[in-house]
Ligand binder design. Structure first.
Ligand code: FES
Ligand SMILES: [Fe+2]
Length: 383
């Protein structure tokens, strides 16, 4: 299936100086959104939630992602698992709200029950009143259908295709950039360190805006005053792209209390912070004293939910009551930056309905990350 014409494809993937951006219809049409779902999202590791959405064994939460009804749970061994949220009997969803303390998943329709490993454990009355088994019915053939999943940087990723290369093949290249960041030490800052934004644009515009610093002086004058455009560099790799800042001074420099830092963060990179979009839909930020992840959850072609979560190094920050107001201020600061982007991404979305726009062009210096994302997307769409 070729979603882009040959002409559109070659115009997008050619070298940046002569390249054109993806065509308007990829930002507005339901048909294009469906094509993306079947390629971009189905064939790649896609972020659907956070591991701390199910903090304890026996927790489960329903997640509808791009219309796919899923459920995420933590099993008895403490592992996060993702299943299709649908009973193998007559197809009723198993859960419709967050649950905790579960030993089983029991379907509300005819009460079939599944273990947290997905195995079908009981089929009440299947053989008639008082008879819970029936000749010829092999339970083991009707376990819940699991979706391949992995956790990285606190994010639960799924591979709907089931055949994508291991997630680490793609994330290793990001980790290699951050030799001092022991991601296993990142702990979610909890409820006060998370917020959600609804952005009135296609999810791709949120990625595109995130991975360039070009707009910094114009859209984020505050941020630009302490982390100016000239102190930024671009990152444009095969499966991720973004920007780095060489001028990150730490939370205390911004009026907060200092946060614990990664012990192994290299001294010569002390003021480096990086912001990368991991294609397709998760945006990461890393600093010597905190990280964040943003999940982009498309809600139709022209609207995207963003879930933003801040993480700290070790659990002293979230567990120290004296840090609560510091986390609040920190979350407010990031919220302000991301809210400043709401207007421009919505503006780009409106522009995508104009016959006077044909995908646009890029700054060959400042927008190599955006072009890398367009190239990646075009390749995914056209197989
Ligand atoms: S649909 Fe689930 S038990 Fe019948
Ligand atoms: Fe921005």
């Amino acid at each position: 299936m070729s979603v882009l014409s040959d002409e559109e494809f070659s115009a997008t993937v050619r070298s940046i100086s002569g390249a054109r951006g993806l065509p308007n219809r990829l930002y507005v049409d339901p048909e294009s959104a469906e094509a993306e779902r079947q390629t971009v999202f189905r064939n790649n590791w896609t972020g659907i939630g956070f591991a701390h959405d199910v903090p304890n064994a026996g927790d489960a939460v329903p997640v509808t992602f791009l219309g796919w009804p899923l459920l995420m749970l933590r099993d008895r061994k403490g592992r996060v698992k993702v299943f299709h949220n649908v009973c193998r009997h007559r197809g009723h969803p198993l859960i419709d709200k967050k649950c905790s303390g579960l030993a089983m998943l029991r379907c509300p329709y005819h009460s079939w029950a599944y273990g947290l490993d997905g195995s079908l454990r009981s089929t009440p009355l299947i053989g008639g009143v008082g008879v819970n088994e029936v000749e010829g019915f092999d339970r083991s053939r009707f376990n819940l259908v699991e979706v391949r999943s992995e956790v990285w940087f606190g994010v639960v990723f799924i591979d709907m295709s089931g055949v994508a290369p291991p997630l680490s093949e793609r994330t290793d290249a990001i980790e290699a950039r951050w030799p001092g960041a022991d991601l296993a030490r990142l702990v979610s800052g909890g409820d006060r360190a998370q917020f959600a934004l609804t952005v009135e644009c296609n999810w791709k515009l949120a990625v595109e805006n995130y991975c360039e610093a070009y707009h910094l002086p114009f859209v984020h004058p505050d941020l630009n005053s302490y982390s100016p455009l000239e102190d930024h560099y671009t990152i444009a790799e095969r499966h991720f792209a973004g920007q780095g800042s060489m001028n990150y001074k730490g939370n205390d420099a911004l009026g907060g209390k200092p946060f614990p830092e990664f012990e192994a963060w290299p001294a010569e990179k002390r003021e480096i912070a990086e912001y990368v979009a991991f294609f397709p839909n998760v945006l990461f930020g890393i600093h010597r004293d905190h990280g964040f992840a943003i999940l982009l959850i498309p809600q139709g072609p022209a609207r995207t939910e963003e879930r933003i979560q801040l993480f700290y190094v070790g659990d002293t920050v979230p567990e120290d009551p004296a840090m609560a107001s510091v986390i609040d201020a920190h979350a407010r600061q990031w919220r302000q930056v991301f809210e400043e982007d709401l207007g421009v991404v919505a503006g780009m979305q409106r522009g995508r309905t104009s016959p006077g726009f044909d995908g646009g062009v890029f700054s060959p210096v400042l927008e190599t990350p955006t072009h890398a994302f367009h190239r990646w997307t075009a390749e995914q769409l056209n197989g």
